[in-house]
Design a protein around this ligand. Structure first.
Ligand code: SF4
Length: 393
C-alpha cells in the first residue's frame, strides 16, 4: 500500500498526474472504534484523524462505509423475506432456510472448505459491506468520475485478516482489467504498527472531514453511526424486525435474546398464539459454528436465520483489532468497544436517502440484473487439499 501511495505521489511531482491512480480509502466502523479506544479519541475524532493520516500518505478520498452497510442490510432483509416465502410454498422448506449470514469471510471460507454442498445454498448471496463498497467504488464512482476501474486504487480498513482473503476472491476480480474491487486491505493493528514504525500517533494527525461522493446532497448528520444489534453490523436484529413487519404485520416485536450454551450463542423468537413464527440466532466463534453445522447435518436446526461470525463476540473482537494496552483483558476491551458502538446514533437503513437514490440512479431499481451483479455473489465448494501450500480461497 505504502509503495502505491509513494509511486502515485512521485507521478504527481513529475507532472504525470494523468498516469496517477485515484486513491480511495474506505473505513469500516469496527477498526475506527478499535483505534479510538487505542488513542483515547472519540469515534468521530478518530475517523477525521484517519482521514488526515491517509490524505497525508496521498489518498484522494477517504470515506466511511454507511452506504455499503445499509445496502448489505436492505439486501439481506429482502433476500430473507423471499427465502421465507419460498420455503412456505416448497415441499421441502430446508432448501431455502435457514439463511446464514454472508458478511464474515472467516465463516464463508470455512463453510466452502468443509461443508460445501450442505451449507453453501443457505449462505445469503448478498455481498459483504466491504465488497459492496468495492462495487460502489469500482463501478459507480468510476463511471461518475469518467475513470476505468483499474485507474482507481481502493484500500479498505478492516477488523480482520480474513477480509484480505475475501478481497482476493476471483468473484471480486475484473479479469479483463486485472483489477480488484478492493485492491488492498489494511487492518487496525497494521495501521497501529505503521504509525509506531514512523514514531507517530494518530492523535497528532490533522483532522479532515470524510468525503461523501455519493450525492450532491450531503447527509444532514455527518457523525459516525452504528446499527441496532450486534457489533458485527446488526444483521440478526434488523432482518428480524423487517421480517416481523413484512411477513406478519408486527411493527414492534419483542426483541429479547436468550443465551443458549454460552453468551456467544443466543436466540430470539417471534411467537403468536403459541406458534413460533421466526426463530433467529447469533452464533459467534468456531465452537458455536460447528454446533450449528452439526445440527443442520442432522436435520435438527429449527432456525430461520443465523448471524454467523467466526470471531468470538463478532467483529468488534476481530483478529486484527488493536490488542489491549493497559493490562485489561481482551474481554474487557471488547466490552468497552461494545459500549462505544452502542453509544453511537443508530442508523435505520430504510431511511438512508442516498441508498434509495442509488437504487434508482446506479442500480436501475431494486431486483434489477444490475442489482444482482453489484450487490450479490456466489460461493464455491473448495476441494480438500493435501498440503497447506495448496490452499485455495
Ligand atoms: S467475525 Fe471476525 S473474521 Fe468474521 S468478518 Fe468479523 S472480524 Fe472478520
Amino acid at each position: 500500500m505504502i509503495r502505491v501511495f509513494e509511486k502515485n505521489k512521485q507521478l504527481h511531482v513529475d507532472g504525470k498526474s494523468d498516469m496517477a491512480k485515484l486513491i480511495v480509502v474506505s473505513l469500516s466502523l469496527q477498526p475506527i472504534l478499535s483505534l479510538a479506544v487505542r488513542y483515547n479519541l472519540s469515534p468521530d475524532e478518530t475517523a477525521h484523524k484517519l482521514s488526515g493520516y491517509f490524505r497525508m500518505l496521498g489518498a484522494d478520498l477517504v470515506l466511511d462505509m454507511v452506504v455499503a452497510d445499509d445496502f448489505a442490510l436492505l439486501e439481506n432483509q429482502r433476500e430473507f423475506v423471499e427465502r421465507y416465502r419460498a420455503a412456505e410454498e416448497a415441499a421441502n422448506s430446508s432448501e431455502f432456510l435457514p439463511m446464514l449470514a454472508s458478511s464474515c469471510p472467516g465463516w464463508v471460507c470455512y463453510a466452502e472448505k468443509t461443508h460445501g454442498s450442505l451449507v453453501i445454498p443457505h449462505i445469503a448471496t448478498t455481498k459483504s459491506p466491504q465488497q459492496i463498497m468495492g462495487s460502489l467504488i469500482k463501478d459507480h464512482l468510476a463511471r461518475e468520475l469518467g475513470r476505468t476501474p483499474d485507474s482507481i486504487y481502493h484500500v479498505t480498513l478492516m477488523p480482520c485478516y480474513d477480509k484480505k482473503l475475501e478481497a482476493s476472491r476471483e468473484d471480486f476480480t475484473n479479469q479483463q482489467l486485472h483489477t480488484r474491487d478492493v485492491d488492498c486491505v489494511i487492518t487496525a493493528i497494521e495501521l497501529e504498527q505503521l504509525l509506531q514504525r514512523d514514531n507517530q500517533s494518530l492523535a497528532s494527525m490533522d483532522s479532515v472531514q470524510l468525503d461523501f461522493p455519493w450525492s450532491k446532497t450531503l447527509p444532514s448528520n455527518s457523525a459516525l453511526v452504528s446499527h441496532q444489534g450486534s457489533g458485527s453490523g446488526g444483521y440478526a436484529d434488523l432482518i428480524f424486525l423487517h421480517a416481523a413487519r413484512e411477513l406478519f404485520g408486527n411493527s414492534h416485536p419483542d426483541l429479547q435474546y436468550k443465551s443458549l450454551r454460552n453468551p456467544d450463542f443466543r436466540e430470539v423468537i417471534l411467537e403468536q398464539d403459541g406458534r413460533i413464527l421466526l426463530r433467529f440466532a447469533i452464533a459467534n466463534g468456531f465452537r458455536n459454528i460447528q454446533n450449528l453445522v452439526q445440527k443442520m447435518k442432522r436435520g435438527k436446526s429449527s432456525y430461520h436465520y443465523v448471524e454467523v461470525m467466526a470471531c468470538p463476540s463478532g467483529c468488534l473482537n476481530g483478529g486484527a483489532q488493536v490488542r489491549p494496552q493497559d493490562g485489561s483483558s481482551p474481554r474487557e476491551l471488547t466490552m468497552r468497544l461494545e459500549a462505544v458502538y452502542e453509544s453511537l446514533q443508530k442508523q435505520v437503513p430504510e431511511e438512508n436517502h442516498t441508498v434509495q437514490e442509488l437504487y434508482s440512479t446506479w442500480l436501475e431499481g431494486a431486483h434489477s440484473d444490475k442489482c444482482v451483479a453489484m450487490l450479490h455473489t456466489k460461493y464455491h465448494s473448495v476441494e480438500k487439499m493435501t498440503t497447506a501450500l495448496n490452499i485455495k480461497w
